[in-house]
Design a binder for this molecule. Sequence first.
Ligand code: HEM
Length: 538
Amino acid sequence: MTQNIMLGTIFVMRSYSWGENEKGDKFSLAIIIVLVTIPSIYIFLKASKRLRNRKDNLPPGPRGLPLVGYLPFLGSSVHQLFMELVQVYGPIYKLSIGRKLCVIISSPSLVKEVVRDQDITFANRNPTVAAFAFSYGGNDIAFAPYGPTWLMLRKIFVREMQSGVVLEALYTLRKNEVSKSVSHVYGNIGMPINMGELAFSTVINMISSMFWGGTLEGEKGSSVAAEFRAATFKLTKIFGTPNVSDFFPMLAWFDIQGVEREMKKVSQWIEQIYDFVIRERIKMQVKKVDGSKKDEPKDFLQLLLEFKEQDTGRSISMAQIKALLNDIVVGGTSTTSTMIEWTMAELMLHPTVMRRDQEELAQVIGVDNIVEELNIHKLSYLHAVVKETLRMHPAAPLLLPRCPTKLCTIGGYTIPKGTKVFLNVWAMHRDLLFWDNPLEFRPDRFLDPSNKLDYFGNNLHYLPFGSGRRSCAGLQLGERMLMYTLATLLHMFDWKLPSGTMADTSEKFGIVLEKSTPLIAIPTPRLHNLEVYTYEKK
Ligand code: HEM
């Protein structure tokens, strides 16, 4: 390298002297200087970077192109590519995406170093531009930096909003929304139904109903719910759009794709809905003081507003309330609804598994009863089916990236501060070391009593909800909504594919791993008592 620079310098000096002798040739001299100096500087920087890498002992990894790194080679199935690279570089490797250094970890023992041994160092995120905008600048749980404020918000979210008592109290609201979906399906008997759309609207309706309960009723309630559904659909789409500003932070200011602008616009739209509902809620509370409204369970909005007024060191701001509501919308809607669609797709492909599920439902629930959430825990086969679906199609195949707050070491390699660290759950869920025939859909593997795999992230080769301090904060609610909706759809209807079509399981990579083609299925009623198909407000 030094040799290169010296040669370059001599060449430049010689060219300069020619320039002195040949009058008026300053222009070509400048060109020669540029031609020699730029490659020399480039070679020097490259070589010193390689030297630094060797000294810093960064993990191995594929070389990318100057400036853009590995970005042009990512393709559309990033999770599959990341698994293929494990075969070449091993369970920990690095690559640059644009200007971002990323490290991909694909073995439970290395994951342990991240989520257990150095959990606090890795308990930070590196929010994307869109995430920063919708979370009111990281005022939420998913993107707030690790610290006392994040801890307080997470405790409120997990312990106060998703305690067994609160979720029980809000069950009627979830039940009403699932019954409305059943009624809708019943109204379309024999017709093709887009299962992803059905799942999305059921879940977002459950969520908005738990947000503000009976604050808005009748026509006003339905029109605000429809607007909220449209706005959250847009929010989740923008959130999942790959954004050049995230890979080239120096370009963020230009917002080339307009993602930040769009996200701010839709966040304002949602904020207006929140403000409207909060005003209605305050009016309602005034009425309640007059004794004119009966007592209702506290919905999420009420619980959060009470924390706002608290004087106990747990007081939260209005921005934090709205950011938490956004977390539920973004974190809870497409994850849960996509998992409903994936499970139904696997069941359509495996009719014997679907039959066994329905037999279990008939036995546990009864052929003329509707599913109640409190009976869900008795459905051990359906639990196994959902666990297997989450193994094969984890909603977040690389979890949400972590970001170390200081230079640290994983597997003996140096991980610089600020690196984006991906935990490659998709690859671990297919690792032959831990799973027999990992590419086969076999729910029975989760029935084996010796196989105590749960959702809490204790078994580091099975992490559909993540692990450690930053594991899914909505697990309690997510699991309830997923199981209850699925159990109801399977118990109340038989499903078949439109003739001439086949269910497939090709995946579309994104912030949530979706099906690449929508699942379309045709329902017929299963229960004898047809009255249970008509929605009645509970
Ligand atoms: C089947 C449904 C769901 C799945 C599969 C799922 C999965 C995940 C995963 C994999 C993570 C990242 C964990 C990590 O980095 O270790 C996560 C984070 C998160 N999830 Fe979920 N989730 C689901 C439902 C929900 C629901 C219903 C909510 C809200 C009520 C929610 C709220 C969150 C939040 C706030 C975080 C960020 C936690 C933090 O950074 O501290 N999720 N989820």
